[in-house]
Design a protein around this ligand. Structure first.
Ligand code: MN
Length: 383
């Protein structure tokens, strides 16, 4: 039997409020659909953060519903839990889908453990939607235990339910300690009392499908196979240059084999730094051909008279591919300094031209510029 584990779809995500990422999500979901079809996946596990916001816009709702119903039409069962970005009450609306399909939505952690269990053939999946601290407290008032301890306790109760079955699986949305965050090799900076200790994940689970952390990884210091499948596309620049996966699980002879399937990206997020004197066209040209979203860091001397021209050239060259232009000023007082040292505009231009084109400007261009400078200084001195 084959299962597929994905998470962190973040439908409705916008970068800098301006760039709608739904086309990146649709591109990824198309691949997920193809895997479900091609590999004859029987159960699709979606480990939370389906939507980016608590009140998703209509376009995002429509694309999610379209995806869920299409996968359902393949005969694949879908298990979906709420993440911290999702609203419990909103996901509760989706839980009605099970009445007319094989789409099973678990909107919040349940007091009655039975309601968190899904059975299918020799498979039993225990579902733990994002355990919000408030909900956790409602389940059991316990001032002695920390948040992480309460979550561990809840996992233990779920584990008891899967003891008797060949394949017990946990589907959860939470932060586990020692997990690596996207875009960083450093371990999770989540407060210790909020990160669930990996060594408290019950070993009775044959596989633990996690959502929350956007970087694909196996949690090494846990006994069972514990995986974050990661987000389906690079959600923001903290995930730049990272690869994305769906985790294909093959259940055979009592064990779960894990086969990550690499996803291709609609748009790759990357960062470019342009230093003073770098050739803008030459440095940005590789990114103009393929599908990128770029953050450009422009280090600029604040006295640079060509600052606006440089900015416009970058904007013109990249068009919609430019997600953000960060200006990093260097040497704020350099204009004053350069004047004191006897630099003039013509020298600055010659210097700039030389750096940009690798040669001195032609004589007639220099004469033209000198003429303009002379006329301007003449006009202004009369004012
Ligand atoms: Mn997320």
């Amino acid at each position: 039997m084959r299962l597929l584990h994905i998470s962190d779809l973040h439908a409705g995500k916008r970068l800098y409020e301006r760039i709608n990422r739904n086309e990146d999500l649709i591109y990824a979901l198309e691949q997920v659909y193809d895997i479900c079809k091609g590999e004859k996946v029987e159960v699709l596990l979606i480990a939370g953060d389906v939507f980016d916001k608590r009140n998703p816009d209509f376009e995002s709702q429509s694309l999610i519903l379209d995806f869920l119903t299409r996968v359902n039409s393949l005969g694949t069962h879908i298990l979906l839990i709420a993440g911290n970005h999702d609203s419990y009450d909103f996901m509760k609306i989706y839980s009605n889908l099970r009445k007319l399909s094989n789409i099973h939505v678990f909107d919040r952690p349940k007091k009655n453990i039975e309601e968190a269990i899904f059975d299918y053939k020799d498979l039993r999946i225990a579902c733990l939607p994002y355990p919000d601290e408030r909900v956790l407290t409602e389940l059991k008032e316990d001032r002695e235990r920390s948040y992480a301890e309460k979550v561990s306790q809840y996992m233990k109760a779920l584990a008891k339910k899967v003891e008797e079955v060949p394949y017990g699986i946990l589907l959860a949305h939470l932060a586990v300690d020692k997990a690596k965050l996207a875009g960083s090799e450093l371990p999770s900076s989540v407060m210790p009392s909020y990160a669930v200790r990996a060594d408290t994940i019950p070993e009775v689970f044959k596989y633990v499908a996690l959502g929350h952390i956007h970087r694909y990884q196996r949690i090494e210091n846990a006994v069972p196979k514990v995986y974050y499948s990661g987000s389906l596309y690079q959600i923001d620049f903290s995930e730049k240059d990272t690869e994305k996966y769906a985790n294909l699980l093959v259940l055979e002879e009592g064990i779960v084999k894990v086969n990550p399937v690499k996803l291709t990206l609609k748009r790759r997020l990357t960062e470019v730094e342009l230093k003073e004197g770098d050739n803008i066209e030459k440095n940005l040209e590789p990114f103009t051909k393929e599908n990128f979203l770029l953050k450009v860091k422009l280090r600029v001397n604040m006295g640079d008279p060509f600052f606006n021209i440089k900015k416009e050239r970058i904007e013109r060259l990249l068009g919609e591919k430019l997600a953000k232009l960060d200006i990093e000023p260097v040497g704020v007082n350099s204009v004053v300094a350069s004047q004191q040292e006897g630099f003039n505009l013509l020298d600055l231009y010659v210097d700039f031209y030389n750096k940009e084109y690798g040669e001195k400007p032609p004589q007639d261009l220099k004469e033209l510029l000198q003429d303009i400078i002379d006329r301007v200084s003449h006009e202004t001195s009369q004012a």
